[in-house]
Design a protein around this ligand. Structure first.
Ligand SMILES: Nc1ncnc2c1ncn2[C@@H]1O[C@H](COP(=O)(O)OP(=O)(O)OP(=O)(O)O)[C@@H](O)[C@H]1O
Ligand SMILES: [Mg+2]
Length: 224
């Protein structure tokens, strides 16, 4: 069903100027992301994975090509307009967690709701914390948590706005393999139960094999 498509990119290019040189970080990529599927982006270091997920999450704009996110054409939009595209539609999880150290777990999770001007209902925060397995950690500070728990908070924060797409750049890159597996299980549960689409990058082939689809990049192009 075409209306299942949440993100659609055609001939996406992202070129960076570095002095007199042009780096073709992405050089003509086609990609569709549908509701309820998990897509894994693989490829060697420097192949363009982060560049691609930054485009798909409207953190960055393509140099050329067509990009539609949530039914809206976003290529050519200004940075301010891109903020509006992201709001409430996309949740982003970083490799480095990026939690606010002075806020509790519950407050970190509530933060995006406050940014959206929505009320952070205690019952809603409790639902999110239960979903990520942190019901008993609501009042803790990030420094009191393990790496895996911190990443659970980051996922909870991304889920708090009930996004339709969850995007994660090497979300298990800072975790040991066992913890990384558990975080991946949590992502898959989210796809299954909430019907969100998941796009993640990884170097871990075992995790990639558990995604519905993989895209393999090399030198800014899809090779598999
Ligand atoms: N802001 C920038 N300015 C110039 N070149 C950049 C910039 N960001 C990325 N690049 C270049 O674009 C290419 C793709 O980078 P990208 O970060 O997307 O790779 P990656 O696949 O995510 O790599 P890694 O696995 O190491 O995270 C690289 O050659 C990189 O040096
Ligand atoms: Mg990267």
């Amino acid at each position: 069903m075409a209306n299942d498509i949440l993100i659609s990119g055609r001939n996406l290019r992202r070129h960076y100027r570095r002095g007199s040189e042009t780096v073709k970080a992405l050089d003509g990529v086609d990609v569709d992301v549908r509701a309820g599927e998990s897509v894994c982006v693989l490829g060697p270091s420097g192949s363009g994975k982060t560049t691609l997920v930054n485009l798909l999450s409207a953190l960055d704009a393509p140099t050329a090509g067509e990009l539609t996110i949530g039914g809206r054409r976003v290529d050519g939009l200004s940075e301010r307009e891109l903020v509006g595209v992201r709001r409430g539609l996309l949740g982003y999880v970083f490799q480095q967690f990026h939690l606010i150290p002075t806020l509790t777990v519950a407050e970190n999770v509530a933060l995006p709701l406050l940014f959206l001007g929505r009320k952070a209902e205690p019952a809603e925060i409790a639902r999110v914390l239960a979903a990520v397995g942190l019901a008993d950690r609501a009042g803790h500070l990030p420094k009191e948590l393990s790496g895996g728990q911190m990443q659970r908070v980051a996922i909870g924060r991304a889920l708090a706005v009930r996004p339709r797409v969850l995007i994660a750049d090497e979300p298990t890159g800072n975790l040991d393999s066992h913890t990384g597996e558990a975080i991946f299980d949590l992502f898959q549960k989210t796809v299954r139960e909430d019907g969100v689409a998941l796009v993640l990058t990884t170097h871990n082939l075992a995790l990639a094999a558990r995604c519905d689809r993989t895209l393999t990049l090399a030198d800014g192009r899809i090779v598999a």
